[in-house]
Design a protein around this ligand. Sequence first.
Ligand SMILES: C[S@@+](CC[C@H](N)C(=O)[O-])C[C@H]1O[C@@H](n2cnc3c(N)ncnc32)[C@H](O)[C@@H]1O
Length: 237
Amino acid sequence: MNTAERDTLISAEENRAMFDRIAKNYDAANRAISMGMDKGWRRKTVELLKPFRGGRYLDIGTGTGDLVFEILRQSPNVLVDGIDPAEQMLAIAKDKAGKRRVGDAVSFFPADALDLPMESGTYDGIVSGFCFRNIERRQSALAEMLRVLKPGGLLVILEATYPANPLVRLGYRLYTPLVPIIGKILGGGAAYKYLVDSIEDFPKPETVTDMFSAAGFSGVQFKPLTFGTVCIFSGKK
Ligand SMILES: C[S@@+](CC[C@H](N)C(=O)[O-])C[C@H]1O[C@@H](n2cnc3c(N)ncnc32)[C@H](O)[C@@H]1O
């Protein structure tokens, strides 16, 4: 797919190779760059999902699996699938699952948001953290997410966003040059320059909620966190 046809700054293949490359230090870089706030953001994302006993859930772009483990922490009696095209990220997720002895409740496997290998109407809810920004055709991905949800199922997407408030933007602009430096120290190199660029390139929250509605989700809303540097988007099938 050429640059004019895709929504992203880099191709799906470049994206997968990049996440495979940074997998080993991804969790440490995440904690450092978010100054430890990423855990709270994931907690709030899963609180909005409201996983219930016996429910079946999907985490798209699961990476090292932290949203999957947060779902299990908030609601232990559920089944969760975590999918991601980057096998090195999945290897870490599987390793963490083994250490946490989550057993059969969790299944991590390679798959792409644009071509989910599940039957329609499989899940009670879907989450996705810091992945949507990386998907080449985001509107098509939303259609695919809607397809695999059961009627009444919720989609909750956590994503980094460029803050709207000019004062916050100033602080953000002062902080972001440090991100590639932190990334470089933790072995991430150019990946963390891409992180900053892709956040600035991502549509504003109101455009994202319009995309949810266009895909057919109802009750669509977004909740800004940490001065709008992160947003949680949600909608119901
Ligand atoms: C920034 S990481 C986020 C990982 C995890 N969700 C978290 O909260 O830390 C983004 C993940 O999305 C995955 N990803 C990128 N494009 C994807 C796609 N088209 N389908 C599924 N996952 C994708 C990447 O491989 C990467 O593991």
